[in-house]
Design a protein around this ligand. Structure first.
Ligand SMILES: NC(=O)c1ccc[n+]([C@@H]2O[C@H](COP(=O)([O-])OP(=O)(O)OC[C@H]3O[C@@H](n4cnc5c(N)ncnc54)[C@H](OP(=O)(O)O)[C@@H]3O)[C@@H](O)[C@H]2O)c1
Length: 333
């Protein structure tokens, strides 16, 4: 475990000359872990431009947060960038906007999503909403912004979901979108979307060795996330959420610690060798290397390569998933 003291010491080294982080895109930074990480990043006092991508319904609430950030660090420019990120056409539009304004992106931080406890619901484009948020939209952001990420000296992509928790048991490689009757259940969808993230990130990481890819497992953080995925007025949902929130309050990370830990993931040389100097144990990718691959990073900021399972997923599902993803994302690329 990387202690909180070590995390804070590393983050305290971040300043304008020590970091190459100048342009960041946060998708999901209107609340929870993305928001806490933006706060920690801005509090370093560096000159940074942050595209905060969020949906219209959160615009008003987020304006107050942006004003707070500006007071905290007038050198940080936080740009509200409106998009319905569950819709791939809107992801395409917003990526084009960022592409037209920037020549590089140093950090892409992806957190939109929640556990789909309730009934299957689909976006106007026909994708299950949580799968759109946690997989298709995230991968589309990466693929569209790859040229800008490649133009950075030390680019990093972080997808926050469940890195290291991959399993081969509960996932269905013959029904990737869980459309068959009875197949869509939270205990299947959660591992399915985690495995899909890891398989595609693992492929993209191996093809883009100069970009550090991280799939983070954030542990328990009391963000209200557990309440999101239930059907309206579900009594089971209210009781379950209350119980989980109590446990999270007992054993979870505070907002601040979660933000600082994800800032460490975003900046430390522990993951790939570039970034804030790190003398502790170097992170290990899913292929056992210290750079040029995917880091599965847990809530304690340790790497959990889950090599056996990831190897099986790579062998059995990666190409199939890639073909499927390309067909689905093709119109938006
Ligand atoms: N918190 C935890 O303990 C925990 C544990 C394990 C895994 N995770 C996973 O880690 C990721 C980040 O978690 P978090 O707790 O930071 O999440 P969160 O605060 O509940 O939500 C993160 C973001 O998702 C966006 N979002 C939710 N539903 C949306 C929709 N239908 N359309 C567009 N945007 C939507 C939210 O936008 P709005 O602000 O507009 O609502 C927010 O920006 C999630 O995938 C979560 O499932 C979290």
């Amino acid at each position: 475990m990387v202690s909180y003291k070590e995390i804070l010491a590393s983050n305290a080294l971040i300043n304008d000359s020590a970091t190459a982080l100048r342009v960041a895109v946060f998708v999901g930074g209107t609340s929870g872990i993305g928001k806490f990480t933006i706060q920690a990043l801005v509090a370093t006092g560096i000159r940074v431009k942050i595209y905060l991508v969020g949906r219209k319904s959160s615009r008003e609430r987020t304006q107050a947060f942006i004003e707070e950030l500006h007071t905290l660090n007038p050198k940080a420019e936080v740009i509200w960038t409106e998009a319905e990120v569950a819709l791939l056409a809107d992801v395409k539009r917003v990526c084009e906007l960022i592409q037209s304004n920037e020549s590089r992106v140093d950090l892409l931080f992806l957190t939109a999503g929640y556990a789909p406890f309730g009934t299957r619901a689909e976006t106007a484009e026909g994708h299950e909403v949580v799968q759109a948020l946690e997989y298709y939209s995230r991968m589309l952001f990466i693929l569209r912004l790859l040229p800008l990420l490649s133009a950075s000296d030390a680019a990093r992509v972080i997808s926050v979901l469940g890195g290291g928790m991959e399993t081969t048991h509960l996932i269905d490689l013959d029904d990737l979108d869980l459309k068959r009757p009875g197949n869509f259940r939270v205990y299947r969808a959660r591992p399915q979307y985690i495995a899909m993230n890891t398989m595609t990130l693992d492929k993209l990481a191996s093809e883009n060795p100069d970009i550090a890819f991280i799939h983070s497992s954030p542990g328990a953080v009391n963000t209200g996330n557990v309440r999101r995925g239930w059907d309206a007025n579900s009594i089971v949902g209210a009781v379950f959420s209350g119980l989980v929130e109590f446990l999270t309050w007992l054993i979870g990370f505070s907002d601040d610690e979660s933000g600082q830990r994800h800032l460490f993931d975003s900046t430390s040389a522990a993951f790939g060798g570039r970034g804030m100097p790190w003398t502790g144990k170097a992170g290990i990718t899913t292929t056992g290397k210290s750079a040029g691959g995917l880091f599965l990073v847990n809530n304690k900021c340790d790497c959990t390569p889950n090599a056996k399972v990831v190897g099986q997923l790579r062998e059995k599902g990666q190409e199939k998933l890639w073909d499927h993803t390309q067909i689905l994302l093709g119109p938006y690329l």
